[in-house]
Design a protein around this ligand. Structure first.
Ligand code: BES
Ligand code: ZN
Ligand code: ZN
Length: 520
């Protein structure tokens, strides 16, 4: 059985006046809190909450007002009210945005996330979002449109490619959402609609790659998938086999791959959106399609989660797809070293030493610290492309999820200028990131005893920083570089982010696209 990426939800944009019979209309409401000093005592303040509704027909507005008087509608964030075939209003979903003074794009993403989840449970196939009901709360209407579209796409994703059509778990899905906006013909609004749709779809491609199990997403299949999704886009995909990887002297990468029966691949995606003389942005993503730990075998508890160890690779593939779809005016190249980490008869033994592409000798003292080895050679190769910057994403260390949990992605860079760009990009994407320390002390900790470097720190703590310090040894001196450790945020975030279901999150796709946009 071969996997097929899932059909994206159909999203369309249209003008207010068209009628939509039999479709669930989604209306946003908020509340405003007014404080008054009470007449008896000047010191005592009483607060009054008023439900706000706008951008809809007078019937709908009256309905909301009457329901809010009976406190059936409060406008709270997380609030979802569903009226099926209700007298006079038809199928209606009310979504709360909370306190009007706190509304931003993330509030909107979460609100629509709650709504879409409920539509899924109710087996509703079509909905229409009344954009005018939320637009008044945003200065930048286009940003709201983009956030809305990406979160509709994200919230409606569901991995059911491996549920047989007979399975009762194969649910009827929300398949078509129309965004109804008076300004649907406005150039900026239209563009934001398209961009949000692409960003959501791109993250869903990443999620699909991550959710696919190791036996259905081998390095070979991952490469083929990259080719498949690139069809019809200006992306050029090259797949290097073992012989080519050997020719490129990628000894650290090959050392990891040698324990598996599945051949490795270096997946290279190229996009040319501007003059060839312009330096490219290079992406590197960890493509470990299954990490058993190798001879330093992982404990069996939760080992199944290690199918997600290619989420960094998946993120850069998704980001490249979006960059190409948007025709951004940049040059971009992505490298995804893809392999399994298995304890086969030829597997690396603890203590083995490998020579990496840049000539450094690496002692492998723990075969489970394999991500840094495959990334090392990819980073060296990326540095040779004389890029404007390199950013990598990897589910690199368990220590990262201990440090930051599943909310913030930790990132490392010593380049202040690049750091500014990263903060700006994450601000736009809404993805939460946190800068982590990387210093010369961390570099000391990964010095080797028998080789130049060890893939294990000599110290107990700061495992994510020492892993970053290891990667740094393979990046060209003059190249601005940042490393994103997504071990805590690449999956299982549904308890935090209502627009994400269980499974892969597609984290960093949106931030990476924003980084590329900034370069263009
Ligand atoms: N893929 C893992 C990191 C990981 C662990 C990601 C748990 C998500 C959840 C990585 O290859 C690994 O095993 N790293 C080791 C490094 C250690 C041996 C220095 C780790 O974090 O334990
Ligand atoms: Zn590992
Ligand atoms: Zn790993």
């Amino acid at each position: 059985m071969t996997l097929h990426t899932q059909d994206p939800i159909k999203l369309s944009l249209m003008h207010k006046e068209e009628t939509l019979p039999g479709v669930v209309q989604i209306l946003f409401v908020a509340y405003e809190e007014t404080k008054k000093s009470s007449s008896r005592s000047k010191k005592k303040m009483t607060s009054n909450k008023r439900v706000l509704v706008s951008g809809c027909s007078s019937e709908l507005s009256r309905f909301v007002q009457s329901e809010s008087e009976g406190e059936q509608i409060e406008g709270q964030s997380k609030e979802v009210q569903f009226y099926r075939n209700h007298n006079g209003v038809g199928h209606l979903m009310i979504l709360g945005l909370g306190d009007v003074s706190n509304i931003d794009c993330e509030v909107l993403r979460r609100s629509i996330g709650h709504g879409i989840k409920l539509l899924g449970l109710q087996k509703i196939e079509r909905a229409a979002v009344l954009f005018d009901s939320l637009a008044p709360y945003f200065k930048q209407k286009d940003e709201a449109m983009m956030a809305l579209c990406e979160s509709i796409a994200l919230a409606s994703y569901n991995f059911d490619a491996l549920k047989s059509s007979k399975s009762s778990q194969k649910r009827k899905k929300l398949s078509h959402v129309t965004v109804v906006a008076t300004k649907s013909q406005d150039k900026k609004i239209k563009e934001a609609f398209e961009q949000g749709k692409i960003l959501g779809e791109a993250a869903n491609i990443t999620r699909f790659l991550g959710d696919s199990p190791g036996n259905k997403m081998t390095p070979t299949i991952l490469g083929e998938m990259a080719q498949k999704i690139s069809k019809g886009t200006p992306l050029k995909v090259s797949l290097w086999d073992r012989a080519r990887i050997q020719k490129e002297k990628m000894g650290a990468f090959l050392g990891v791959a040698q324990g598996s029966d599945q051949p490795p691949r270096m997946i290279v995606l190229e996009y040319k959106g501007t003059a060839a003389s312009k330096k490219p942005i290079c992406f590197v993503g960890k493509g470990l399609t299954f990490d058993s730990g190798g001879i330093s075998l992982k404990p069996s508890t939760s080992m199944e989660e290690m199918k997600y160890d290619m989420c960094g690779g998946g993120a850069v593939i998704g980001a490249m797809w979006a960059i190409a779809k948007m025709r951004l005016k940049v040059n971009a190249i992505a490298f995804v070293p893809a392999t399994e980490n298995m304890p086969g008869p030829r597997a690396t033994k603890p203590g083995d030493v490998f020579v990496a592409r840049n000539g450094k000798c690496v002692e492998v003292n723990n075969t489970d610290a394999e991500g840094r080895l495959i990334l090392a050679d990819a980073l060296t190769y990326a540095s040779e492309q004389k890029p404007a910057m390199i950013v990598d994403a990897a589910t690199l260390t368990g220590a990262m999820s201990i440090a930051l949990g599943n909310i913030y992605t930790g990132y490392f860079t010593r380049d202040e200028k690049l750091n500014g760009k990263i903060e700006k990009a994450a601000n736009r994407s809404g993805e939460k990131i946190w800068r982590m320390p990387l210093s010369d002390e961390h570099v000391e900790d990964i010095k080797g005893t028998f080789g130049d470097l060890s893939n294990m720190s000599s110290q107990r703590g700061a495992g994510s920083s020492t892993a970053a310090a290891f990667l740094e040894q393979f990046v060209g001196k003059e190249v601005p570089w940042a490393h994103f450790d997504i071990a805590g945020t690449a999956w299982n975030v549904s308890n935090r982010v209502p627009y994400c279901s269980k499974g892969a999150s597609g984290v960093m796709v949106r931030t990476f696209v924003e980084l590329a946009r900034d370069l263009g």
